[in-house]
Design a protein around this ligand. Structure first.
Ligand SMILES: [Zn+2]
Length: 156
């Protein structure tokens, strides 16, 4: 066994699970985007660039550095890692990972379709604003904000 052999080999079918567990272990985050889509991510969430002491900027990592610095090298050889990483897709854009990934979680929870919902609301607001409250997401937001707003108005 040389220095590049894993000390605890694992079946390759578990690569994705181990990879994501190691990302979470190191960064306490999921993969937000990759080098193919980070500009789109930041266009959608511009405050993420500086939020939480620039956490987004400091959490980006190149795949080779991740391999060297994480425990994944205990389970897979560099050859396996390099080959198997090509089977994984970016959760944001669906492209294959190139060189850099961005582990990051927004500091609040959003539902899976939130960004699509905002795009749809913006589109409706631009084209047919009178139909905005026919949108399911807009109605759900209205339902959430009206009761607190009514309380504030009564106090004022
Ligand atoms: Zn991507």
């Amino acid at each position: 066994m040389n220095q590049f052999d894993p000390s605890h080999p694992i079946d390759e079918e578990f690569f994705e699970d181990v990879f994501l567990q190691e990302i979470d272990s190191w960064f306490s985050a999921d993969i937000a985007c990759c080098e193919s889509c980070y500009k789109n991510f930041l266009a959608t969430w511009p405050r993420a660039y500086y939020a939480n002491s620039e956490e987004f900027q400091t959490s980006q990592i190149q795949l080779d550095l991740f391999y060297e610095g994480s425990r994944i090298n205990s389970f897979f050889t560099w050859e396996q890692f390099s080959r198997l990483i090509q089977d994984l897709d970016c959760p944001r854009c669906g492209e294959k990972f190139c060189y850099t990934i961005f582990p990051y979680n927004l500091p609040f929870d959003i539902h899976e379709t939130f960004e699509d919902d905002i795009v749809a609301i913006n589109d409706i607001a631009q084209k047919t604003p009178f139909l905005l409250l026919k949108n399911e997401f807009a109605l759900s937001v209205l339902t959430e904000v009206v009761p607190p707003g009514e309380t504030v108005w009564r106090l004022g």
